[in-house]
Design a protein around this ligand. Structure first.
Ligand code: SF4
Ligand code: SF4
Length: 312
């Protein structure tokens, strides 16, 4: 189950890459920028900004799950204050059976489903088309998500298929997995992009839904097995940018034998529209991205522990 394949990606490892986004994730980070990826089940998105209010989906839905929400005080009522005009399309997600009929009837593209089953061959067909770009740029394929380790059999087959084609592979992971899964895949992975969110276990659980000891332990094991690991820290104001967390993160990372580097990525809130499209609350509404100064300060601090820092 994947929810996207993105070509010409330049932020998910070296060179030009194809990123395959797996569906399903055991974490539920408050700032998740792919909230449609958390569930294994395909997710219905309705983007109100693209909706033409034509009502075609309402008529098409066999479950009667969609309705137009009328609004009398809308600027579209300029001609008459009493004219009822639709203000929004609302979907009763309890009634929705995910039949996808409404997607076919919506010509504006306001309704979409995220998540589909694919075979290894189908993914590889797309991946292989880009081989000239990988060769030109020392790029390759990145498996991301969601959490790719949550589908170990599928991931493992894709990694083997890439190996056969001599395609560089990266796995972007939260690290929250049984070590057996790493054991199954690690020899066919050229680079791990490994998230480090928070050092305090209780706080980690609070904001991601899972504890962190297994994440830290797996990271240490990977490095000790001499795998290439690029650690990625999302810097999120009010969540993990405090001095205590930076100190503990720096101490832990500096204690590891060897890292490719530490990528510091500034939080952004562009995923907020996706939460609206999924009819979910965005818990970090109002949180602003870190300033350039705050990013530089955190980078300088981490550098003081002899860590190689890459700023995003
Ligand atoms: S996916 Fe099917 S059941 Fe769900 S809202 Fe669309 S038409 Fe209705
Ligand atoms: S979601 Fe699509 S089909 Fe439904 S009212 Fe909006 S534009 Fe029309």
């Amino acid at each position: 189950m994947i929810f996207d394949i993105k070509k010409y990606s330049i932020n998910d490892g070296p060179g030009i890459r194809t990123t395959v986004f797996f569906s399903g994730c055991p974490l539920s980070c408050l700032w998740c920028h792919n909230p449609e990826s958390i569930s294994f089940v395909p997710q219905l998105l309705h983007r109100q900004g693209r909706c033409l209010m034509c009502g075609a989906c309402v008529e098409a839905c066999p479950e009667g799950a969609i309705r137009l929400d009328f609004n009398t005080s809308n600027e579209r009522t300029a001609e008459s204050q009493n004219t009822m005009v639709p203000g929004a399309v609302l979907t009763d997600r309890q009634k929705c059976t995910r039949c996808q009929t409404c997607i076919a009837t919506c010509y504006s593209g306001a309704r979409q489903f995220s998540g589909r089953e694919v075979t290894v061959q189908e993914v590889m067909e797309q991946v292989k088309r880009e081989i000239p770009f990988y060769e030109e740029s020392d790029g390759g394929v990145t498996f991301s998500g969601g959490e790719p380790l949550i589908q170990p059999g599928f991931l493992s087959e894709l990694l083997v298929a890439c190996r056969e084609q001599e395609i560089h592979t990266a796995v972007d992971t939260s690290g929250f997995s049984n070590w057996n899964v790493f054991e199954k895949i690690r020899r066919n992975v050229d680079l791990f992009l490994y998230d480090l969110k928070l050092m305090d276990n209780a706080r980690h659980k609070e904001v991601t839904g899972v504890p962190n000891p297994v994440i830290l332990e797996n990271l240490r094991k990977l490095v000790e097995y001499q795998h290439k690991v690029l650690v990625r820290i999302p810097l999120i104001p009010g969540i993990n940018d405090d001095e205590e967390n930076l100190v503990e993160s720096a101490k832990f990372l500096a204690s590891l034998p060897k890292l490719e580097g530490v990528e510091l990525m500034g939080y952004h809130d562009i995923a907020q529209a996706k939460y609206e499209a999924l009819s979910r609350d965005y818990k970090l509404a109002g949180t602003k991205p870190p300033t350039e100064e705050a990013m530089l300060r955190a980078a300088e601090f981490l550098k003081s522990y002899n860590l190689k820092i890459i700023l995003r």
